[in-house]
Design a protein around this ligand. Sequence first.
Ligand code: MP5
Length: 214
Amino acid sequence: MAGVEIAGSFAASLPDSCADTWRRATRHPFVTAVADGSLATGRFNVWIQQDNRFVEGLTRFIRELTAIAPEEDAAGLEAGLAALGAELELFEGYASREGIRLDVPALDMCASYVAFLRGLVGDDYSAALTAYYGCERAYLEAWTGVRARTGATGPYADWIENWTSEAFAAYVDWLGARLDVLAAGAGDDVKTRLVRVFERTVEFEVAFWDACLA
Ligand code: MP5
C-alpha cells in the first residue's frame, strides 16, 4: 500500500516536528534555573502572577472548547477544567504566603497567548485541541525535567507535583489520544496545519518564560 503511514501517534510526533522550539520551551533557562535553585524569587513571583492570569484565560478557553467538542470528548475536558480550580488555589495560597498580589494586568505575551487559544476555538476543534495538547504537554515535559533533577521537593514542590503527577500525565496522554483520532481522519493539508498550530503554541510557551525572566 503506497503512502501508508506507520501506525505511530500523530500527537506523539509533534514535539519532533519542531524539535528546536520544543527544546527551547521545555529546557528554557527559567526552567533550568528552577531546577538548579538559582531562580530569583522575584522572577518566580512574576511567573506566579502571569500564570495565574493565564490559567484564568485557559479556563475560559476550555469552557469554549468543551462547548464545541464531540460528545465523546466533553466529559474528559470537563475533568481537565475541574482540575484548574485546585491549581488556582495553589496560586492563591502561594500569593498570600508571599504577600504578592494576583490582581495584576496580564503582560502582552500572556494576553496574546490566551487570545491565540481562544481564537482557535472559533476556527475549528482539531486546531484548538492541538494547541491545548501542546500547552499541556510542554508543561508536563518542562516540570518532568525539573523533577528529574530535584525530585518533588524544595520550594517548588507543589508545582512539580501538579505538572508531573500520574493523573496529569494521564490527562495529557488522553488529549493526545483524542487528537490522534481526529488526525486519523484528516488529510495531509489539515495535518500540516495542525503541525503549524502546535509549533505556534510552543513558540508562545517560549515567549511566556522569556517574559517572566525579562
Ligand atoms: C500551562 C500553564 C499548563 N499553566 N501555563 C503555561 C504558560 N502553559 C501551560 O496548563 P495547566 O492547565 O495549568 O495544566
